[in-house]
Design a binder for this molecule. Sequence first.
Ligand code: UFG
Length: 342
Amino acid sequence: MGKKILVTGGTGYIGSHTVVELQESGFDVVIVDNLSNSRIEVLDNIEKITGIRPEFEKFDLADADLTDSFFQNHKDIEAVIHFAAFKAVGESVEKPLMYYRNNLNSLMNLLDGMGRYGVKHLVFSSSCTVYGQPDKLPVTEQTPRKEAESPYGNTKAVSEDIMRDFAKVNPEQNLIALRYFNPIGAHPSALIGELPVGVPNNLVPYITQTAAGVREELSIFGDDYDTPDGTAIRDFINVVDLAKAHVVAINRLMNGRNKNNYEYFNVGTGEGVSVMQLVKTFIKVTGVNLKYKIVGRREGDIEKIWADTSYANKELGWKAEKTLEETLLSAWNWEKRIRGIE
Ligand code: UFG
């Protein structure tokens, strides 16, 4: 029997990849997910990859009573990785209370439960969105946070603050926030990947759906940014590399290697890649003739951001390893599998 980890949002995109990496590292996993943006069939595919079916419970972590009874019934949990959250930027502008209520209550209910039932370790999904458009690139963990562009982004900033304040008065609790840059790609087995509901907001799912013929044409939002080719720049990190960072973070906490009881790390590749570069790389590695056009900027987008990952590399002993080429190919293989394309 391995040590048991609660993975909230474990049937989602990053969560499912992390469950696979945890199980392959010998941890036992119990997933809690309300399936609001994921499917139960993900469990079958996690089992196909790892040979192990994770435990699963469907309920909403924003419900304090349900969360408390869950901890009461699972006294063997040693750590929590908290992914479960709403994440659509545009929707958060329309429905701010829904975002604050869901994303903040679930975190607070978990922290309450952890305190009450003696669960000491938490790894949390934060985002590079907390940096806004930084004045200086790349961003280090010391780069000042900026006011969030959206209620969604603000839930990440406020969640970090909640963790910081909670850690201060609960010295026996250990928390890590991982600030993800742009996660893309899928598991090399193509059995799990990103499954956006409706029209994708994010770049890579839009590209793969266009390549698969589900969408007519990709729109590239803006080519007049102050970047070498005029398109925006991001730090695109392979989701399996990102998933592995969670296993490393959990081990750091469980082995007492953390320097403070609240830490935060940039989890990116350290490389800035433009939207146009990514599109061209996709066309090159897949051989697909992707239709695209340049349109105006998307409101709320920042111009450029990429991570300085030296602190995470040194402190966590973790580094993103996969190339952009293999990552884009993995995204395409996943899209082909779910669409039944040969
Ligand atoms: N883009 C296009 N066409 C598309 C989709 C995206 O050109 O169809 C561009 C965007 O304008 C942006 C880049 O591709 O320049 C990346 O866009 P994504 O939507 O994939 O990712 P974002 O960087 O906008 O979003 C990410 C996370 C969010 C987080 C946000 C903070 O997915 O969770 O960073 O900036 F809130």
